[in-house]
Design a protein around this ligand. Structure first.
Ligand code: NAD
Length: 257
């Protein structure tokens, strides 16, 4: 599968799933644009490392996905957008009656509204190029719920709905729009929660992973960032040209329960 000559923009990609997806897209030949809201040397160094490893062009563009105008500016600044991966996301856990309003607003803005703005800016470029792939990183929580995550669940369900709507709008064009719904993925964010949970439950690392974190993931294994990248590359392939408006769960069986 060669994505040579394609430009892929991955929001929220200086760590975790976004970075994993960017690496796999670059390995498949795409020129990738990394993004987050910071502008540190290490952000740009990640792009340089990907370029060196894959021989493709990789750039880092700072843009805050909580702000609609910056979402649109990211796409404009990249200059081309054949593949758009909406991945930026944050989480906050609290009962709905105690949910801080600013956290609610930030989660809805970053996890959902950003996809509206980036898709709106990217679609004219895809139409001009005559080809496009949109991959929205939703979640098992885009299809099911858990308590105390009302904002995240609302945003991820919203992303799944938006994915279907955009797929119908582009159904007769060479553009597809799908969502990947990961279960638990071992990213730095998740790894960082393990020591505290070990203390809280007085459990070993193995028990925290199996009995707390992966309680709802029947495989009892984390999904990996490479698997998210591989699934994204598949959705960009010719084999996936008629796959649009759907969700692909990469969740070890979570949503089969
Ligand atoms: P992560 O914290 O490693 O990555 C999140 C990325 O989003 C980072 O690059 C961060 O810099 C970026 N980001 C945060 N706020 C931003 C903003 N305002 N503007 C631009 N970028 C911003 O976490 P992750 O686990 O890799 O999560 C990536 C996506 O995958 C999220 O949408 C998350 O909801 C989803 N997801 C993760 C899991 C999991 O188990 N890790 C499961 C299902 C879905």
């Amino acid at each position: 599968m060669s994505l040579s000559g394609k430009t892929a923009i991955i929001t929220g990609s200086n760590s975790g799933i976004g970075l994993g997806v960017a690496r796999e897209l670059a390995k498949a030949g795409a020129n990738v644009v990394l993004n987050s809201f910071t502008d540190r040397d290490e952000d740009h160094a990640l792009a340089a490392e990907i370029s060196q490893e894959t021989g493709t062009s990789a750039r880092y563009i700072k843009a805050d996905m909580s702000k609609g105008d910056e979402c649109r500016a990211l796409i404009e600044q990249a200059g081309a957008c054949d593949i758009l991966v909406n991945n930026a996301g944050i989480q906050h856990v609290a009962p709905v009656d105690q949910f801080p309003v600013e956290k609610w607003d930030a989660i809805i803005a970053i996890n959902m509204n950003s996809a509206f703005h980036t898709m709106a800016a990217a679609l004219p470029m895809m139409r001009e190029a005559g080809w496009g792939r949109i991959v929205n990183i939703a979640s098992a929580h885009g299809l099911t719920a858990s308590p105390f995550k009302s904002a995240y669940i609302a945003a991820k369900h919203g992303v799944v709905g938006m994915t279907k709507s955009v797929a119908l709008e582009t159904a007769q064009e060479p553009i597809t729009c799908n969502a990947i719904c990961p279960g638990y993925v071992l990213t730095p964010l998740v790894e960082a929660q393990i020591p505290n949970t070990m203390k809280e439950y007085n459990m070993s690392r193995e028990d925290v992973i199996k009995n707390v974190m992966l309680e709802r993931q029947p495989s009892k294994e984390f999904a990996t960032v490479e698997q998210m990248g591989g699934t994204t590359v598949f959705l960009c392939s010719d084999a996936a040209a008629q796959i649009t408006g759907t969700t692909i769960s990469v969740d070890g069986g979570w949503t089969a329960l």
